[in-house]
Design a protein around this ligand. Structure first.
Ligand SMILES: NC(=O)c1ccc[n+]([C@@H]2O[C@H](COP(=O)([O-])OP(=O)(O)OC[C@H]3O[C@@H](n4cnc5c(N)ncnc54)[C@H](O)[C@@H]3O)[C@@H](O)[C@H]2O)c1
Length: 347
């Protein structure tokens, strides 16, 4: 069996489940971790029983490492990804991969030139709810899709902006426009936009939006409302809020088709999918809400596994620069639409 040997750069919150996934999988191993914060580097190295370094070059020059998982603040992702690819290693980069489309285009070209995989960690796509939704939509069970309603409703503590959800790394980067690039939309809705495309293959062609920092004292948006037009003429709406009091399992969407409606639940919850069809199909009855139970999937393991398989087969990463580009383009268009108070077309 070929084994993919990983290094990790950035030992904050995101790295913890990924380091466990790398350790659990049969064909991946972790060789070394790096962080500029020595305490976090040491902590992750102890959790995963591997050496740590505070010198990124030591990790990049380590010939026992094939691929590097990057989980650092948003403004550092693209630069470090470039360094990883230039060191002839495969890069598995946290979302959103970069803060500009130009940076993403450069990384895609560099990965191509170096013949290395460029993966992006939109692991939520692997949730069983999205797999089932994709199968139903692709099989045209809903008919033609003409509408989508998305929501990112989260009840974050105000301390989130300084220490994240877990409190593992105390750093206010998430609330700083230059470092984070955006707020709840880029940080959270990005996963939903990736999943929506995975499920429906609908391409966004135009957006209008309003955004605000209405609750928290930060530079990025904590609330955003948007309307979307898709390539087939369908319409969509999004409401994203980081401080929705009492929100629970609120990162979800509904898909409206000419033959049926599908409610796709929050991937972080274990709520079932709900479907309403005009006509019976297999064991889904007509004209009533029907629940479809979901399997529990370790999305971190699936994401690492799929990426490692691509590395082993010299194939393109399953979730890659093009996926990151699609999501970032939509979100940047929403930010621009809100700022310029006009609808923005996507090319
Ligand atoms: N896919 C997911 O489900 C998921 C979940 C959480 C976070 N994320 C993403 O992961 C990334 C990191 O987020 P986080 O929550 O772990 O942040 P964090 O602040 O907890 O961790 C970031 C780490 O990067 C380190 N760091 C900063 N500068 C560095 C440098 N120059 N070199 C090496 N390390 C450096 C910090 O010391 C810190 O330990 C972001 O892109 C975020 O969007 C993804």
């Amino acid at each position: 069996m070929t084994v993919t040997r990983f290094g990790i750069v950035g030992c904050g919150s995101a790295a913890v489940p990924v380091c466990q996934a790398i350790a659990n999988l049969p064909d991946t191993t972790l060789a070394r971790v790096h962080d500029v914060n020595v305490e976090l580097a040491r902590d992750l190295s102890e959790r995963c029983n591997v050496p740590y370094t505070t010198d990124v070059n030591e990790l990049l020059n380590d010939s026992d490492i094939d691929a590097v998982y990057l989980a650092v603040p948003h403004d550092l992702l693209a630069g470090l990804a470039r360094q990883v690819l230039q060191a002839n290693k495969h890069a598995l980069v946290e979302k959103p991969l970069a803060l500009t489309l130009d940076e993403i285009d450069e990384l895609i070209a560099l990965a191509e030139e170096k013949q290395r995989a460029l993966g992006v960690f939109y692991e939520m796509r692997y949730a069983d709810s999205f797999r089932q939704a994709r199968e139903l939509v692709q099989a045209k069970r809903l008919g033609e899709i003409f509408g989508v309603k998305m929501q990112t409703l989260i009840d974050k503590k105000l301390t989130y902006w300084n220490v994240g959800y877990s409190g593992r790394s105390a750093n206010p980067w998430r609330g700083e426009k230059k470092r984070a690039g955006g707020g709840v939309t880029l940080m959270n809705t990005s996963h939903l936009l990736d999943a929506l495309w995975y499920v429906t293959n609908l391409q966004v062609t135009r957006v209008a939006a309003e955004s605000g920092t209405l609750v928290a004292h930060v530079e990025v948006e904590d609330t955003l409302a948007a309307t979307l037009r898709f390539h087939n003429g369908a319409l969509g709406s999004l409401f994203a809020g980081a401080h929705i009091v009492g929100a629970h399992a609120g990162e979800a969407f509904e898909i409206y088709g000419t033959h049926g409606t599908l409610r796709v639940p929050d991937p972080y919850s274990d709520e079932p999918l709900e479907i309403f069809l005009r006509t019976r199909w297999n064991d889904i009855p007509a004209a009533t809400w029907h629940m479809l139970p979901r399997a529990s999937v370790n999305v971190f393991e699936r994401a690492v596994q799929d990426f490692a398989r691509a590395v082993q087969n010299n194939a393109r990463a399953p979730i890659n620069g093009n996926d990151a580009r699609r999501v970032l383009q939509i979100i940047l268009a929403m930010y621009r639409a809100a700022e310029e108070k006009r609808a923005v077309n996507l090319q």
